[in-house]
Design a protein around this ligand. Structure first.
Ligand SMILES: Nc1ncnc2c1ncn2[C@@H]1O[C@H](COP(=O)(O)OP(=O)(O)OP(=O)(O)O)[C@@H](O)[C@H]1O
Ligand SMILES: [Mg+2]
Length: 306
């Protein structure tokens, strides 16, 4: 946990905020079992301004809604934040069949006895955890009404048949939502109003280079550079609507480089990670042109990695 604070210092996050985090961790120690729920993210989030906004909001006691396009690091940031605050986290993935009892919990029979089986929101609330409400706009709004009192000043959960339970002071909720994926809905105003909202920008060139170098220490600087620029080229083509957003997929680019490391030729790997995600052959051609302007044909592992 101190490691992430070092990372934040390196990334030049406002020192006052980093100091507050260190103080926060010291003032809210965790005991035994919960320690294992503090996430150890596989990726670190790069983006100084977003970090600062998110830390400040959580220190103020707010809940956060991270809204943005696919693979903009919403889940990575949510996990990074739980780690930075040193809190256990619960991942709560939303879907259309989600209902209140899945979130809060319900009575079940165990050996003839009625026992309350807590749901993730309940567990999170009593442990002062960070609840990651993933893809919150996939759920039906009616199912989310149960969260209204949890997310506003009442800071409590109503468990049917039991008392109203106050949230532990450290509890925060971080919701993610993605516009435009099939099946996503608008979040209604009442719910949106209970969050502060951060619009997640696509990663910039410098940060992308840092991410590539951290993920692939053997990747030659020259190619880290070319991949970062390729991503920006694709972004530009998307903005001018020459290609669809299907191929603008950072996740796919990272997957492709991983495949290259395993020996798949660069062209094939980029087809698998990026180009083939557009199903239209004309569009695939356009995407390949953008790729070939940056990544020469016939490139393979021996030239990419040292
Ligand atoms: N700013 C960033 N810093 C670090 N990693 C990033 C950043 N932006 C995107 N990524 C990378 O993109 C990939 C996807 O991240 P993540 O799963 O958090 O995205 P998401 O926004 O939740 O996407 P989706 O909406 O598709 O669920 C990860 O490999 C992550 O490392
Ligand atoms: Mg996500």
């Amino acid at each position: 946990m101190t490691k992430i604070l070092d990372f934040l210092r390196e990334e030049q996050i406002d020192p006052a905020l980093v100091q507050e985090l260190a103080r926060y961790q010291a003032a809210h120690p965790l005991d035994g079992a919960l320690c294992s729920r503090v996430p150890v993210p596989r990726y670190l989030y790069y983006g100084r301004e977003i970090w600062e906004q998110a830390i400040a909001a959580l220190l103020c006691g707010e809940n956060l809604l991270l809204a943005g396009g696919k693979a903009t690091g919403k889940n990575v940031l949510a996990e990074n934040l739980a780690m930075a605050f040193g809190r256990p986290s619960w991942d709560i993935s939303f879907h259309v069949n989600m209902d209140a009892s899945t979130l809060i919990g319900m009575d079940t029979f165990v050996g003839g006895q009625v026992v309350f089986r807590p749901g993730p929101v309940y567990s999170c609330a009593v442990s002062g955890g960070f609840g990651i409400l993933d893809e919150i706009n996939m759920a039906r709004n009616e199912a989310l009404a149960v969260l209204h009192a949890t997310l506003d000043f009442r800071r409590s959960i109503d468990v049917p048949g039991y008392d109203r339970i106050p949230l532990a002071e450290e509890t925060r909720f971080i919701a993610t939502m993605n516009y435009g994926y099939a099946g996503t809905r608008e979040l209604n105003e009442a719910l949106t109003s209970r969050f502060v909202v951060i619009q997640m920008p696509p990663i910039g060139e410098e940060n992308l280079k840092k991410l590539l170098t951290a993920q692939f220490p053997g990747l030659k600087a020259k190619y880290a550079d070319q991949f970062a620029r390729l991503f920006l080229d694709l972004q530009k083509k998307c903005e001018s609507a020459e290609i669809s957003t299907r191929a603008l997929d950072l996740r796919g680019m990272l997957d492709a480089i991983r495949l290259m490391y395993r020996g798949v030729p660069a062209e094939t790997a980029l087809d698998m990670g990026i180009t083939n995600k557009a199903f239209d052959t004309y569009e695939q051609g356009l995407i390949r042109d953008v790729i070939h302007a940056r990544i020469p044909r016939g490139l393979d592992r021996t030239r990419l990695f040292e």
